[in-house]
Write a protein that binds this ligand. Structure first.
Ligand code: NAD
Ligand code: TDX
Length: 339
């Protein structure tokens, strides 16, 4: 059996990856290490809860006593754990530095003493390139992160690279675009807007709504990570982009169409400070390994809306009963003046 450590496996992409990898790789013995922050949910891992090929460890990646032994026993590490929401990083950056930078440092230090380790996948993001007015970012482009989240991710991204260059730790860095799909926490724009629309609550669209994101289905992301594990080259960076550039206002209208709600639910609100205008990735390098995204955005978004419709028991307790989420929502949107 191949021993695989997945950090942040109770979150959105991590749990989709664990479920996907558990099905695709009967020879993987998977350990999920997760702190279960507000974004981590054990029920995201319900499909593998009974499996003898999966083990859950509750712990912090920044805690060497917990994290280092798990890294040292692994052949593969897929490192998703992070604070991930840009708006929260603007409210307070401390947890982003502790988890995204120092937590990654702790894992990398342990990786130096992991005799069987053959891959350490650092899950980075397209946000490290900063705003891209035209064209598409290639892996060798300069990094220009512009918010505390993307700056902390850029720090982790380059720290991981440095451990390959300096200590020969078998690091590969992936930089994905905006993911969508099942189990995404309802602070991110798609699940927030879908669940608000279901409830007939206003959709707070930042600024002029013309910012562009490139949407990647989480299943396509999982396949890409798997391919990079199998066929990537240590020390390299791989962009993973869905090739679906959509303006936020158009995304919002599609969500309203899919939920049968009127355009009057759109509420233009004050812009996010330092709001990156556009992200776009050149994915030639990954495509050369044989990857193409399978999901078509229209149907992928419709299936995602459908998932939130059918799984109200998953998100209603967060939006209606979780006081921490309600406080966050109030701080973020309560007094937000119109754009
Ligand atoms: P998420 O917020 O849904 O989940 C993060 C998970 O990490 C949670 O389960 C949380 O409990 C866990 N975690 C946080 N701090 C931890 C700590 N100190 N120790 C252990 N576990 C901890 O995030 P996501 O959207 O699934 O993102 C996963 C990764 O992918 C992140 O590294 C993120 O930067 C990257 N990424 C996300 C996107 C996207 O669109 N969501 C795009 C590109 C890259
Ligand atoms: O209420 C909102 N209104 C709004 O207009 C929210 C939450 C977002 N937006 C806009 C801001 C962005 O232009 O929608 C777009 C997407 O916002 P988010 O869902 O917050 O994602 P983004 O900031 O683009 O970052 C995401 O993609 C890259 C993930 O959260 C990151 O973890 C990932 O690295």
């Amino acid at each position: 059996m191949i021993r695989v450590l997945v950090t942040g496996g109770a979150g959105f992409i991590g749990s989709n990856f664990v479920r996907w990898a558990h099905n695709a790789h009967p020879d993987w013995q998977i350990t999920t290490l997760d702190k279960l922050t507000y974004a981590g949910r054990l029920d995201n891992l319900a499909d593998v809860a009974e499996s003898s090929r999966h083990r859950f460890v509750h712990g912090d990646i920044a805690n060497t006593a917990v994290a280092a032994p798990l890294v040292r026993e692994s052949e593969l590490v897929v490192h998703f754990a992070a604070e991930t929401h840009v708006d929260r990083s603007i409210q307070s950056a401390a947890d982003f530095i502790t988890t995204d930078v120092i937590g990654t440092f702790v894992l990398l230090e342990a990786a130096r003493q992991a005799p069987a380790l053959r891959r350490f996948i650092q899950i980075s993001t397209d946000e490290v390139y900063g705003s891209v007015p035209e064209g598409a970012s290639t892996e060798t482009d300069e990094l220009r992160p512009r918010n505390p989240y993307s700056a902390s991710k850029a720090g982790a991204d380059r720290l991981a690279y440095s451990y390959w260059a300096t200590y020969d730790v078998p690091v590969i860095v992936t930089r994905a675009s905006n993911n969508y799909g099942r189990n995404q926490f309802p602070e991110k724009v798609i699940p927030l807007f879908v669940t608000n629309a279901i409830d007939n609550i206003a959709l707070p669209l930042y600024g002029d709504g013309l910012n562009v994101r490139d949407w990647l289905h989480v299943d396509d992301h999982c396949r890409a990570i798997d391919l990079v594990i199998e066929q990537g080259t240590n020390g390299e960076v791989y962009n993973i982009g869905g090739g679906n550039e959509v303006r936020n206002v158009d995304l919002t209208r599609r969500i309203l169409d899919l939920t049968g709600r009127p355009g009057s639910l759109i509420r233009p609100v004050a812009d996010r400070p330092g709001h990156d205008r556009r992200y776009a990735l050149d994915t030639t390098k990954l495509r050369r390994l044989g990857w193409t995204p399978a999901a078509e955005f229209e149907s992928g978004l419709a299936a995602t809306v459908d998932w939130y419709r059918r799984n109200e028991q998953w998100w209603r307790p967060i939006k209606e009963k979780d006081q921490a989420f309600r406080d966050y929502y109030k701080t973020q949107y309560g007094n937000r003046a119109g754009a």
